[in-house]
Design a protein around this ligand. Structure first.
Ligand SMILES: *Cc1c(COP(=O)(O)O)cnc(C)c1O
Length: 424
């Protein structure tokens, strides 16, 4: 009997995320990955142009991270993080304190991006509760994305994900992102919201809104909004799950701000794609509000796999790589290459707007496409057929490659985009 291939076995029992299975789009089986490359069953290779949802920034199957993980596995696989502690978590907290904005003082562990946001929101609500205050409102940007659990989904403003659940969400009021030309209006809208509601927290993706289509906003504007919130003691939560670990040029997007967020959420590139782990860090002021002789003023929130030693080991090694001379050189190279490619294509008739910051490049096409529509799928397949994995967000094509991508591979990504511009 002929052995079934992975595609047909996949169809039997699996349910994929963000997928309408009735439309029958096949899932591409990947059997192996190395560096910037993915390989399918036939051995055909694909350049991972978005670092598998911006996680594997040091490349797939990175030897340095693998050996750190192997060693950790053989020493201590896993223990609970309540009542027990371990060196990988301690070392990671020390390492993060060296690179996080200087007002960050405590590290709380979760296991994915959404739950990092969930913990941040709960921290903010309990921060006021512990003080006998009831603050019930969150502030968030239009079109933000913060994850798919209920708190995170409440803060998110993308209706393609929230539709069926909108009646069941937390109370959130939205403001537009600040640009150079609307800052006055956004500030006055925020002031009004702060005056009329009991606001607990302002949740935002600093500088770049990833899932919205790699949309940029003004650092100066965001700084002003954070400053205003902090005047009202509203806690500012920076969702750096996408932007963290060098994406915008600096270690964190918050490094571009004068007013530092009270809480920062990290995941994705934190563990370089090797392990699900996330972090909610906060300032001393927040931590202190949970110190009490009453047990239940503590933060009674936990996930079984909190601070998994393997995730911590991967994260520690990743952070060491992030600012190594080799990776720094690549980060600079990609940023410069993005700029010169952008110069070449920005006047193309099919380009509506193109932008870049750090290693992120985004191109809005002068072609209408639904977020999960068929023309968008054609574009996705066009790239795949040419050996490049890009995942257009509607009509926005973005590139966010692993730092270790070779010059030649990056050039192939650009050439394929140019070909698409000339074809669609
Ligand atoms: C991916 C992402 C999340 C959610 O993280 P998950 O690990 O998918 O739950 C939240 N915020 C931002 C900005 C993200 O990019």
């Amino acid at each position: 009997m002929k052995e079934e291939n992975l595609s047909s076995r996949d169809k039997k029992f699996l349910w994929h995320p963000l997928t309408q299975h009735k439309l029958g789009k096949p899932q591409l089986p990947i059997t192996r990955a190395k560096g910037a490359l993915l390989f399918d069953e036939e051995g055909k290779e694909y350049i991972d142009g978005i670092a598998s949802w911006y996680t594997v920034m040091y490349g797939h199957a990175n030897e340095t991270i693998i050996s750190a993980l192997t060693q950790q596995m053989q020493t201590l696989d896993f223990v609970m993080f309540s009542g027990l502690t371990h060196e990988p978590a301690i070392a990671l907290s020390e390492k993060l304190m060296e690179i996080l904005p200087s007002n960050q003082a405590k590290i709380f562990f979760n296991d994915n991006g959404s739950t990092a946001i969930e913990a941040a929101i709960k921290m903010a609500l309990q921060y006021f509760h512990n003080n006998g205050e009831k603050r019930d409102t969150l502030i968030a940007f239009e079109d933000g994305f913060h994850g798919d659990t209920f708190g995170a989904m409440s803060a998110s403003g993308l209706s393609s994900y929230n539709g069926p659940f909108e009646d069941f969400l937390l109370k959130v009021v939205r403001i537009p992102v600040p640009q150079e030309d609307n800052l006055k209006e956004v500030k006055s809208k925020l002031s009004q919201i702060l005056d009329e509601n009991e606001c607990a927290a302002f949740v935002f993706e600093p500088l770049v809104q990833g899932a919205a289509g790699m949309k940029f906003h003004s650092a100066k504007g965001l700084d002003a909004l954070i400053g205003l919130c902090q005047e009202y003691e509203v806690l500012c939560i920076a969702d750096e799950i996408m932007t963290g670990f060098g994406k915008t040029g600096k270690n964190f997007a918050s490094d571009n701000l004068m007013n530092k967020p009270d809480i920062i959420c990290l995941s994705k590139a934190l563990t370089a794609g090797m392990f699900p782990l996330s972090i909610t860090s906060c300032s001393q002021k927040i931590y202190n509000r949970f110190l009490s002789d009453e047990v239940h003023k503590g933060f009674f929130h936990a996930h079984t796999y909190s601070a998994h030693p393997l995730g911590c080991a991967a994260a520690l090694t990743g952070i060491e790589l992030l600012n190594s001379p080799e990776i720094s050189e690549r980060r600079d190279y990609i940023a410069k290459a993005h700029c010169s490619f952008l110069d070449k294509i920005k006047n193309h008739v099919k380009v509506k707007e193109a932008r870049t910051i750090g290693v992120i490049l985004a191109i809005d096409l002068q072609i209408e496409m639904e977020r999960y529509g068929s023309l968008r799928d054609e574009l996705y397949n066009f790239f795949l057929q040419r050996g490049v994995l890009l995942r257009p967000l509607g009509n926005t094509v973005y590139v966010l490659p692993p730092y270790i991508i070779s010059n030649k591979e990056l050039q192939k990504v650009y050439d394929t985009i140019t070909e698409a511009l000339n074809t669609f």
